[in-house]
Design a protein around this ligand. Structure first.
Ligand code: ZN
Length: 389
């Protein structure tokens, strides 16, 4: 996938040829709306599809079979250098910047992030602790860019990844409203493509002004194939990562190491198993020690960990039912069997433990301390799985 002067180009959008065909036909027939919202699970490739749509709209040779893939426009797009493709995504706010310089600083941070993505397009998004968002300054930059004329072609395309992060941030309403203004009166040459894995968090007015486009997860063998063929991952690691990734290439990549360091989701997966071990430890104090270890994590940051704990509990249930071939965490079969045998775990008690996880997920949205949430959750799971001490 390397091109010319050491530039790496985007990996192909993968696994949805029917969807691409119908979008290409709609574009050729001039029936593609100017505002679209791609939604679907995290990491399935929504922003990659949005970039492909950008290529479709900006390639002068695009036809019913899609963009040509060879012209200068296509080549610039695939190396993220097309001047009429503007890709925005959540970033952390630079520190110590005066409010009047914020928009400029956020643009610099965005260019830096784009340069990183240009160099390693398959880099998994890190589970950074820094809060990120599409702040008001970014929405304003976007709005003023939308008023300008396209640089080279007849139109410009804006891709806005994780658009729901316009909402839960400070001065969020203003940021969302700034975007809304563009959606209400889009300049004729402007196309907006939003993506979101939590479209329920978007302003209803944003949803109602965009055409929804659902991107479902892929079948596991397609993810596995992609990881081997495009990612250069060994078949064994690819199989494990595809299983953990639940049909999402982005998620699967999060379990694989980069530059010798464990992937961010792999680190969390280890933690999820530690939570189960604490909840089934013969020493009841393990639950509190584990909860305190979490330090100052923000409550909302617990969500990815809880999603992984859900997989761990599902696997414990499969192990207790004697169906280990269905495991998501295929490499943990021995550990799960040990816990089942030592604690005499029954599928029914595991099913009850899920209820505590659902309760904990609801608390995450509120203002409860993360240590309290985890201590309550593990105590609840412990009571279901092995009874009160
Ligand atoms: Zn082209």
């Amino acid at each position: 996938m390397a091109t010319g002067a050491g530039r790496v180009s985007l990996h192909p959008f993968f696994g949805h040829p029917e969807l691409q065909a119908s979008l290409s036909k709609a574009w050729a027939a001039d029936s593609l709306p100017s505002s679209m919202l791609i939604h679907g699970p995290r990491g399935v490739g929504k922003q990659r599809l949005a970039l492909w749509l950008g290529q479709l709209l900006l390639c002068p040779e695009s036809g019913p079979t899609g963009p040509c893939g060879e012209c200068k426009g296509c080549r610039m797009l695939l190396t993220l250098e097309h001047p009429d493709l503007h890709w925005y995504f959540p970033l952390s706010k630079p520190r110590g910047v005066r409010p009047n310089k914020l928009a400029e600083a956020m643009e610099e941070a965005r260019y830096d992030a784009l340069a990183e993505r240009r160099e390693s397009p398959l880099r998994p998004s890190s589970a950074a602790n820094e809060p990120t968002g599409l702040y008001l300054a970014v929405a304003q930059t976007l709005r003023s860019q939308a008023q300008r004329r396209p640089a080279v072609g007849p139109r410009q395309v804006f891709v806005i990844g994780d658009a729901e992060t316009l909402v839960p941030q400070e001065s969020s309403q203003e940021a969302a409203n700034a975007l809304l203004k563009i959606l209400e009166e889009p300049p004729a040459s402007t196309f907006l493509i939003l993506t979101s894995s939590e479209p329920g968090l978007l302003l209803p007015t944003i949803c109602s002004r965009t055409m929804p486009l659902h991107l479902p997860p892929l079948q596991l063998d397609r993810v596995e194939h992609f990881l081997v063929e495009v990612g250069g991952i060994s078949p064994e690691d690819a199989r494990q990562a595809a299983s953990l990734g639940r049909g999402s290439i982005g998620r699967a990549l999060g379990f694989l190491p980069t530059d010798g360091e464990a992937g961010p989701l792999e680190t969390l997966r280890v933690q999820a198993f530690e939570l189960l071990s604490a909840a089934t430890d013969s020493d009841a104090g393990a639950v509190y020690r584990k909860s305190l270890e979490l330090g100052t994590t923000r409550s909302r940051g617990l969500m990815p960990l809880f999603e992984l704990l859900e997989d761990v509990l599902r696997d414990l249930s499969a192990t207790a039912s004697g169906t280990p071939k269905d495991l998501i965490n295929r490499d943990q079969e021995d550990l799960l069997e040990r816990i089942r045998d030592r604690r005499d775990i029954h599928p029914v008690t595991v099913a009850k433990a899920f209820g505590h996880l659902e309760d904990a997920k609801e608390l995450v949205a509120g203002n409860v301390s993360p240590q309290l949430i985890v201590a309550g959750l593990l105590t609840g799971i412990r009571e279901e799985l092995i009874g009160s001490p």
